[in-house]
Write a protein that binds this ligand. Structure first.
Ligand SMILES: Cc1ncc(COP(=O)(O)O)c(C=O)c1O
Length: 413
């Protein structure tokens, strides 16, 4: 329809508000956003717009959303090697999938074994969302230091368990250093104790599935590993779809049943819900379905290869810069790097400041102080420019002995 002047003015103002945002479509942002080109973006945006105000709260009223959810979950189940017993739900993102994994584990412990003071065994590298989930659901978060290679220390995790343990967690890969935890060993402890084992593949789920399909050897990470009871995969990351889309897949319907919430203890009738949200926009679900249909296996294979190649080029390039070292060889598409241990290590946060001044955005993290790049397909064209700038910024920072600020991964507003 033809828009009124007033509507156009409002939309112009909305557009201008984004002028200072990071340039994530140009391959200059190694965090937060993922870009697979203008056509994928259009497919996501248009499908999203069709269903923005459709409500996933009750899919009986919206068979469209039921279809999208069923097909998206089925595809992800296949990616993570779930069998015909596996059952999943779509959630609004990695955090909600993790919240649901913790809630399901707590519920299973309570109902099957009467555990009233549950704990979860988390490698120090497991995402902050587990901390949040444990806090929300009254589960003790038992953090266990990782090994020198940044992977979960399975022996220490085993020692940290007791009769109140309801969950062990491994990541594929973990966010901070980008390595895959020893999932079979973690899952074996969980199986021995008959408790849940969740694999956080929020970051890696799509990438690892397609790296395997392109012939790379990938450490065991999914439901094909005995003892893994659930796994999460974010579509709004390497699925290249609109924000607000993740999937959690449980090994079977019984395990999934512990995720859901049902009540009739009010005056409005039976209320059931699979996740944290009540009303939920159909937009992200429709966009995820459309992008996955549009890209198909071939599209994801090409995007995965391109992101992986860019990631390894970045890791090798960083390692070759005087004063810097990658923390670990990336197992998927995350690179983390810090200062080489010397008398006067370069301040990596000052390096991040220098990069920002040149229009690059990287994540700052610690301990230990490091920079983090989430590499996606849009970086294939920009990694070499980034490395040139990184080299010269590191030299400037070292020469001026400059200091920077650690920043924050998430913000409170
Ligand atoms: C390994 C891992 N798990 C979970 C999350 C949380 O995902 P979200 O920010 O979509 O809630 C992230 C986010 O980067 C992640 O890297």
């Amino acid at each position: 329809m033809e828009l009124s002047d007033r509507a156009r003015a409002v939309l112009d103002e909305a557009r201008r508000a984004g002028d200072a945002d990071v340039a994530w479509k140009e391959g200059r942002v190694f965090s937060l956003a993922y870009y697979a080109g203008p056509e994928v973006e259009q497919v996501a945006e248009r499908a999203h717009a069709m269903y923005t105000s459709a409500n996933g709260l009750n899919a009986d009223a919206f068979p469209s959303l039921k279809k999208f959810q069923a097909e998206v979950v089925a595809t992800v189940t296949d990616w993570v090697r779930g069998d015909d017993q596996a059952a999943g739900y779509r959630t609004s993102g990695g955090t909600e999938s993790i919240l649901m994994a913790v809630k399901a584990a707590r519920e299973r412990g309570r109902r099957e074994r009467g555990v009233s003071a549950p704990n979860a065994i988390l490698p120090a590298s497991a995402h902050a969302a587990f901390e949040k989930a444990c806090y929300y659901f009254g589960v003790e978060a038992r953090r266990v230091p990782v090994r020198a290679d940044w992977r979960a220390d399975v022996v220490a995790m085993d020692h940290a368990c007791d009769e109140n343990t309801v969950l062990l967690v491994g990541s594929a890969p973990q966010y901070p250093q980008g390595v895959i935890d020893p999932i079979p060993e973690i899952a074996a402890i969980a199986a021995r104790r008959d408790v849940n084992c969740h694999v956080d593949a929020c970051m890696g789920g799509v990438t690892l599935a397609f790296l395997e399909r392109s012939g790379e050897t990938v450490a065991p990470w999914n439901l094909s590993v005995p003892g893994v009871t659930s796994i999460s995969v974010d579509l709004h990351k390497y699925g290249y779809t609109a924000k607000g889309a993740s999937v959690i897949v449980h090994r079977n319907r019984q395990l999934r049943s512990y995720q859901t919430f049902v009540t009739d203890n009010w005056l409005g009738g039976l209320y059931g819900s699979s996740g944290v949200l009540g009303t939920k926009s159909g937009g992200p679900m429709a966009a995820a379905w459309a992008v996955m249909r549009f890209l198909g296996d071939e599209g994801y294979l090409a995007l995965t290869r391109s992101a992986r190649e860019a990631c390894l080029r970045l890791a090798d390039g960083v390692d070759a810069i005087d004063g810097l070292a990658v923390r670990a060889r990336p197992d998927s598409t995350l690179v983390s790097f810090g200062a080489v241990d010397t008398d006067r290590p370069v301040d990596v946060y000052a390096v991040a400041d220098g990069l920002a001044a040149r229009g690059w955005y990287v994540d700052r993290q610690g301990p230990p102080p490091s920079l983090h790049c989430t590499v996606n397909a849009s970086h294939a064209a920009t990694v070499d420019d980034f490395l040139d700038d990184l080299r010269s910024v590191v030299a400037d920072v070292a020469a001026g002995d400059r200091r920077g600020d650690a920043g924050a991964y998430g913000t409170v507003d």
